[in-house]
Design a protein around this ligand. Structure first.
Ligand SMILES: NC(=O)c1ccc[n+]([C@@H]2O[C@H](COP(=O)([O-])OP(=O)(O)OC[C@H]3O[C@@H](n4cnc5c(N)ncnc54)[C@H](OP(=O)(O)O)[C@@H]3O)[C@@H](O)[C@H]2O)c1
Length: 431
C-alpha cells in the first residue's frame, strides 16, 4: 500500500532558514551518512532533497515507523548536536505518512509549498536530487515510480495553470518594463553599480542579446568582471560618470549609496544635449537618481516602489492559481494509487515470463525433441514462430487479468482507478 511512503521534513514554514541548515547532511558526507541512515533504520528506499528553503527525507518502509524516529534520524545525521538542540529541532520536524507524504511531494514539485510560489527551479532540483540518491544506491522501484510521477505532475501544474507566470522579482519586472521602450539589441546601456542587483540585471541583458553595455562602479574590478559577460562590454571607475560624453539609451542605476549618484547636474551632462526620450531604471533604495530631472527631460522612469506594487499583485495572482493546482494534485494522487497497485501486480508476477519460456524450451528440447528434429527447417521455423506467439500471449493474459482484479478491488475500496497515460512503466534504466 501507499502506507509505505513517509516524509520527514523541515521547511521555511516550520523554521527559520538557518535552522533548516542544521537538518541538512553536509554536502561532502551525503554518501556515508544517508547510507547509514537507510541501513540503521531499516528503510527499503531513501530520497534526499536539500534546497535553500527545505530539507526532505522521503523514505519507503513497509514496517510501522517508530515513535522516536525524529530523534533517531537526528542522532545519525548530527551525532555531535547537543541533546537540548536536538530535542528542540525534533519538535519542529514534520512527519507525514502515506497519501499525505505523497501529496506533500507533489506540492513541493508544483512549487505550491515554495518560498516563491510558482518557482520552476524546483523541478530541476528534484531531478538532480533523485539522480544523486539513485547514484548513491538509496532508491528503488517505489521511489523511482513516485519521482517520475511527481515530475509529470509538476509539469502538468506549470503547463495548465498560471502558477509560474507573472514575475515576482523586482529585477525581472524592471527588465521587462525597460524592454517596452528599449527594443533594439544595439541600444547603448549605461549601468551604474556592479553589486548583486545590477549583476542580476546584467544577466537578463546578456540573455536577451544586449551587448553595448558599459558599467561604472566604485570598485572598477567588479565592473570589469560584469562587463566581461558582454561581447562589447566596457568597465570604468564611478567618477567617469561626471565626464561621460558618449550618451546612452538606457541608464540602469543601483548602488548602496544613500545619496543620489545621478544628480540633476550629472544627468544634464550625461544626456549631452540629446532631447530624445531616455529610459532610466533606478533599483536603489533610497533612489540614486534625483527625480527632479523628470520635470526637465522626457524619461521613461522605472523605480522600485512601483515595481513592488506589481510584484505584490503578481504574488496574489499566483496564490489564486494554487487552488487550480490543488485540484490537479488531488486527481493525480488517485491516479498514482492506481498506478502503484498496477506496478505491484507486475512485480509480483515478474516470474511468469521466465516460467513460460522454460516450458517452451522444455517442449522443444525434451518432450517433443524427437518429433521436432524430424521436421524440415521451414516447418521448424514455423513451429518456433507459433511457440513464440503463444509465449507472449501466455505471459500477457495472467498479468492483464491480475491487474484488472486489483483495480476492481481498489475501486471497491473507494479509490478511482484511472491509469495515467502520461507515465510509462518501464523499468529504471539508470535514467
Ligand atoms: N539585493 C536585492 O535583492 C535588491 C533588490 C532591489 C533593490 N536593491 C537595492 O539595490 C541597492 C544595491 O543592492 P545590492 O544588493 O546590489 O548591493 P551590493 O551587492 O552590496 O552592491 C552594492 C553596490 O553599490 C556600490 N556602492 C555601495 N555604496 C556606494 C556608495 N556610497 N557610492 C557608490 N557606490 C556604492 C557598490 O560598489 P563597490 O563594488 O565598490 O562596493 C556595489 O556596486 C540597494 O539600495 C538595495 O536596497 C537590492
Amino acid at each position: 500500500m501507499l502506507d509505505g511512503y513517509h516524509v520527514l521534513t523541515l521547511t521555511h514554514r516550520d523554521a527559520p532558514l538557518e535552522t533548516i541548515g542544521r537538518f541538512m547532511v553536509p554536502a561532502d558526507q551525503t554518501g556515508p551518512v544517508l547510507g547509514a541512515l537507510k541501513a540503521r533504520l531499516g528503510w527499503n528506499e531513501l530520497f534526499y532533497l536539500a534546497t535553500c528553503n527545505r530539507v526532505m527525507y522521503l523514505f519507503y518502509d513497509q514496517s510501522p515507523v517508530e515513535e522516536n524516529i525524529k530523534s533517531r534520524v537526528l542522532n545519525i545525521i548530527r551525532p555531535d548536536m547537543p541533546a537540548s538542540e536536538a530535542a528542540q529541532l525534533a519538535g519542529q520536524l514534520r512527519l507525514l505518512h502515506g497519501a499525505d507524504a505523497i501529496r506533500h511531494l507533489f506540492e513541493v514539485g508544483g512549487s505550491l509549498d515554495s518560498l516563491v510560489v510558482g518557482e520552476r527551479e524546483i523541478i530541476r532540483q528534484l531531478r538532480e536530487a533523485y539522480d544523486h540518491s539513485h547514484a548513491l544506491g538509496l532508491t528503488g522501484d517505489h521511489i523511482r515510480l513516485l519521482m517520475r510521477f511527481s515530475i509529470e505532475t509538476a509539469k502538468e501544474i506549470y503547463s495548465t495553470t498560471a502558477i509560474g507566470e507573472k514575475a515576482l522579482s523586482v529585477v525581472a519586472l524592471a527588465f521587462s518594463e525597460m524592454q517596452k521602450t528599449v527594443t533594439s539589441k544595439n541600444a547603448r546601456i549605461l549601468m551604474v553599480g556592479a553589486g548583486q542587483t545590477n549583476a542580476l540585471f546584467a544577466r537578463f541583458l546578456a540573455k536577451k542579446g544586449f551587448h553595448h553595455v558599459t558599467i561604472l562602479n566604485r570598485t572598477p574590478d567588479k565592473a570589469a568582471v560584469l562587463a566581461g559577460t558582454f561581447d562589447h562590454g566596457r568597465a570604468f571607475p564611478l567618477d567617469v560618470l561626471e565626464y561621460w560624453s558618449e550618451g546612452f539609451d538606457a541608464l540602469v542605476v543601483c548602488t548602496g549609496s544613500t545619496e543620489p549618484v545621478v544628480t540633476p547636474d550629472v544627468y544634464h551632462s550625461l544626456v549631452a544635449g540629446d532631447k530624445t526620450r531616455k529610459t532610466v531604471v533606478d533599483l536603489s533604495v533610497p533612489n540614486n537618481v534625483d527625480k527632479r530631472m523628470l520635470a526637465e527631460y522626457p524619461v521613461h522612469f522605472i523605480e522600485i516602489e512601483a515595481l513592488r506594487a506589481t510584484a505584490e499583485q503578481n504574488r496574489s495572482h499566483r496564490e489564486h492559481e494554487k487552488t487550480k493546482a490543488d485540484t490537479i494534485i488531488t486527481r493525480r494522487l488517485y491516479e498514482y494509487r492506481a498506478l502503484w497497485h498496477e506496478r505491484q501486480v507486475e512485480r509480483s508476477l515478474a516470474y511468469i515470463p521466465d516460467e513460460v519460456r522454460a516450458v517452451k524450451e522444455r517442449a522443444v528440447q525434451e518432450v517433443y525433441a524427437k518429433d521436432f528434429a524430424q521436421l524440415d527447417p521451414a516447418a521448424q521455423e514455423l513451429v518456433m514462430k507459433m511457440l513464440g506467439y503463444m509465449e507472449k500471449k501466455c505471459v500477457a493474459i495472467p498479468i492483464k487479468a491480475a491487474k484488472s482484479i486489483a483495480l476492481h478491488a481498489l475501486k471497491q475500496q473507494g479509490g478511482r482507478a484511472e491509469r495515467s497515460p502520461a507515465i510509462p512503466l518501464e523499468r529504471d534504466a539508470g535514467r
